[in-house]
Design a protein around this ligand. Structure first.
Ligand code: ATP
Length: 279
């Protein structure tokens, strides 16, 4: 993967004395809807140099967690600090461009007639669908560079609605990186991909994760096979609660995976790639 230049980021302190390398801090977080706890008792810290995988079965609360981290919703209880700013006290419209997000819900909102180049470029304005925004040549260069890095430069002029699932994932990843975010959030980036496309994506994410000046990354997935080998941390969620979280090698055990998915599973790893099957 060719490198897209990232500015160097360092660990200074913010004005309120918080560690500037802390990208996400959740303390005592709960999200409650219609009398149900979507998330409960959640404490979580993500540092700038960390690459997280979040795993759990359907309905575990993974997307809810990512929406909190994307400043798309507020917690019912507890506090959420993103990039040194407390949700509820900060203008989320200023915060969101600092966070790159690729998710199925975003994918579904892209106008099908939009060109691929515009889908990527318009992230700078936080909009979907180009209207009257003014773009600098630098915006065009960055969008083109990212599409090149993701191996889809040849699709720049194509309409988004004509792309395959794998091509869309690469375009949305390019869009998520357009604002040079400090935090990158990926909700099931490999969903719907065939085996080859999944492996291509894992390779892309591995290269992205290896960039020391790249963003802190949180990737939500259902499948252990999709975890990039250089992922540093993992969180396992079940029914809105953390089963385990911490360093990848400590968290990814047969016991923890079995507890998370509620069945006896055997987890194996080879060259830091995981597979799981029922015992
Ligand atoms: N507004 C709401 N009212 C009640 N329940 C809700 C609401 N929004 C979400 N839920 C429920 O919260 C739970 C967690 O949803 P979430 O989308 O975070 O799970 P998930 O882990 O991402 O699931 P999946 O893997 O299926 O995408 C689900 O059971 C969902 O039905």
């Amino acid at each position: 993967m060719a490198a897209v230049t990232q500015p160097e980021r360092s660990g200074a302190s913010t004005a309120d004395g918080a560690d500037a390398d802390t990208v996400i801090r959740l303390a005592g977080v709960g999200v409650r809807r219609s009398g149900t706890d979507l998330l409960a008792d959640l404490d979580w810290t993500v540092e700038l140099d960390e690459r997280w995988a979040v795993l759990g079965p359907n309905g575990a609360g993974k997307t809810t967690l990512l929406r909190l981290a994307a400043a798309e919703m507020h917690p019912t209880t507890g506090t959420v600090d993103l990039l040194g700013e407390r949700l509820g006290r900060v203008d989320v419209f200023e915060l969101r461009p600092r966070i790159g997000l690729a998710s199925a819900s975003l994918a579904g909102r892209v106008p099908p007639d939009e060109t691929v180049h515009d889908v990527v470029r318009s992230a700078g304005y936080g909009v979907l669908g180009t209207w009257r925004e003014r773009y600098d040549p630098e915006d065009d260069r960055r969008a083109s560079g990212l599409l090149e890095v993701m191996g889809v430069a040849g699709l720049a002029g194509r309409r988004y609605g004509t792309l395959s699932t794998g091509e869309r994932q690469r375009v949305l990843l390019s869009r998520a990186l357009m604002t040079d975010p400090e935090l990158l959030l990926l909700d099931e980036p490999a969903a719907g991909l065939d085996l080859g496309a999944r492996e291509d994506l894992v390779e892309l994410l591995t290269e992205l994760a290896a960039d020391p000046d790249g963003p802190a990354t949180v990737m939500v997935t259902h499948h252990v096979e999709e975890i990039p080998p250089n992922c540093s941390h993992a969180m396992l969620l079940r029914e809105g609660r953390v089963v385990a979280q911490g360093l990848l090698d400590d968290v990814m055990t047969s016991e923890n995976i079995s507890a998370t998915f509620g069945q006896p599973l055997e987890l194996t790893s080879r060259r830091r790639r995981f597979t799981a099957f029922r015992r």
